[in-house]
Write a protein that binds this ligand. Structure first.
Ligand SMILES: N[C@@H](CCOP(=O)(O)O)C(=O)O
Length: 464
């Protein structure tokens, strides 16, 4: 399997190279040259497999011959053995044909663990084999950071620098990152917003001179391996409700468009998905782009669902690459214009986007109302991001006979403010985090300045 850049100017890479490369050298994102497509019979034959066995079926064609099947199996088994639920990604029924897919049973209580627990192992395996060291830069609006740190903290081949927006993540999210005191873990609290953090990561890929020859890697969903691992739970959820002989719909709370893009790929790979709902908060550029062909950036606002406080959604580019018939030059032009101006797609292309996705934006009041309503109806406590997904699902559902599955992206314990605003009691921290508020924190606050960040990294990195 080869991977190509959405901007058409970077060399095609194999899986191992793409895993370590992160962003493509032309500023684009890597995607598989061709997707594996599974028949309905093949998918049906996977019913009854464990989550790890299913993950192996779906992931192995992407890894191809870069990693042996035996090694890949071990890494996948270890990854999902570390989850705190026997089903790994269990479904909970809220009502008739209304489900939530709990993706928060990993170590950091968010869906990011599904990919980042595996990514850490894959990177370590490949770096060990190559005898190489990687400097990782990641941007987080709250959840990616702790999951990436958790995935890399034990690696002797990696130094990891995570940038989060100062005072713009929940306290639990911040402490999950800053209380990991490993020598190779660095938390930068940036006096800016998530887009500033993400832009610094991308700019650092474009000019890696500050690393004096060391290699830069990515843990955000710009790294293809993140998306790859997230495809699996769409299959597992579908199989659990009678797929593939029954179509399913998904509602996905999303900021960087990575999780919903994984659902889009699952559909391209043969999974019968009749509807994909993009659920956003007040930072609603994705909703405006899908519903109104308006890709204009507005002021990023801080919400009760901070993980989705994103205006520049990286993975939208991967989807647009398909919409523009994989024309790298067209995407390069579009994305360059998007940096400085409002853009819209040509009408025929936008029509294709509208056929693929529905969308809905939910403000903080409606988020809290949904948390309260669902709790009153079912006794089930949603986190604010999942509440946005459920609300969007209820607003956008096309066919009530089709199971609608909302991705429960994080555990409510990470967002007590939203739960309290919904006039409910915030849940207690799980056992492995009970002393989180007593633990020592380590972080560095830096001004919103690329050279200050790069200087900090070059001074703290452990040379090979
Ligand atoms: N929502 C994310 C932001 C980064 O997105 P990613 O999927 O590209 O890592 C977060 O919580 O950090």
């Amino acid at each position: 399997m080869k991977y190509i850049s959405t901007r058409g100017q970077a060399p095609a890479l194999n899986f191992e190279e793409v895993l370590l490369a992160g962003l493509a050298s032309d500023g684009g994102l890597y995607v598989p040259e061709q997707l594996p497509v599974f028949t309905q019979e093949e998918i049906a034959s996977w019913a009854g497999l464990s989550y790890a066995e299913l993950a192996f079926k779906i992931i192995s064609p992407f890894v191809n011959d870069c990693i042996s099947d035996a090694d890949l199996k071990v890494m996948i088994d270890e990854t999902y053995a570390g989850f705190n639920h026997s089903a790994v990604a269990p479904l909970k029924e809220l009502g008739t044909n209304e489900w939530v897919l709990e993706l928060f049973h990993g170590p950091t209580l968010a869906f990011k663990d599904f990919a980042l627990q595996l990514l850490g192992r894959l990177m370590d395996h490949v770096l060990e084999k190559r005898g190489e060291h990687l400097v990782i830069m990641g941007a987080t609006s709250g959840d990616t950071g702790s999951a990436a740190i958790e995935g890399c903290r034990h690696s002797k081949h990696v130094d990891i620098f995570i940038l989060h927006p100062h005072n713009r993540v929940s306290e639990v999210q911040r402490r999950q990152m800053t209380t990991i005191l490993a020598d190779n873990v660095f938390n930068i609290s940036l006096e800016g917003n998530f887009d500033d953090c993400q832009e610094m990561v991308k700019a650092s890929f474009a000019d890696q001179g500050f690393l004096k020859g060391m290699k830069l890697g990515a843990v955000n969903s710009i790294n293809w391996a993140r998306i790859m691992a997230q495809i699996v739970y769409y299959f597992s959820a579908s199989l659990a409700v009678g797929g593939p002989h029954r179509t399913v719909a998904f509602s996905v709370p999303t900021g960087n468009f990575g999780d919903i893009f994984a659902g889009y790929l699952a559909k391209q790979m043969g999974l019968p998905i009749s509807q994909l709902v993009v659920a956003t908060n007040r930072n609603d550029i994705l909703h405006r782009a899908i519903a109104g062909n308006d890709m204009s950036k507005s002021q990023l606002v801080h919400t009760l669902s901070p993980s989705m406080d994103i205006m520049v959604s990286s993975n939208f580019e991967r989807m647009l690459f398909d919409i523009y018939d994989r024309d790298g030059a067209a995407i390069s032009d579009l994305m360059n214009r998007f940096r400085t101006e409002s853009v819209s797609l040509d009408p025929a292309r936008w029509e294709k986007v509208r056929e693929l996705f529905d969308s809905f934006a939910v403000d903080d009041d409606a988020t809290c109302q949904t948390i309260a309503d669902v709790h009153a109806e079912t006794g089930y406590l949603l986190d604010p991001h999942t509440a946005i997904g459920v609300k969007a699902a209820r607003e956008c559902i096309r066919d009530k006979a089709v199971p609608m599955i909302t991705l429960a992206t994080a555990h409510p314990v990470k967002f007590p403010d939203a739960v309290i605003k919904a006039e409910l009691t915030a849940p207690a921290l799980p056992t492995h985090l009970t002393d989180l508020f007593e633990r020592e924190e380590r972080l560095t606050v830096l001004e919103n300045d690329l050279s200050a960040v790069q200087k900090f990294i070059s001074e703290h990195v452990h040379p090979e």
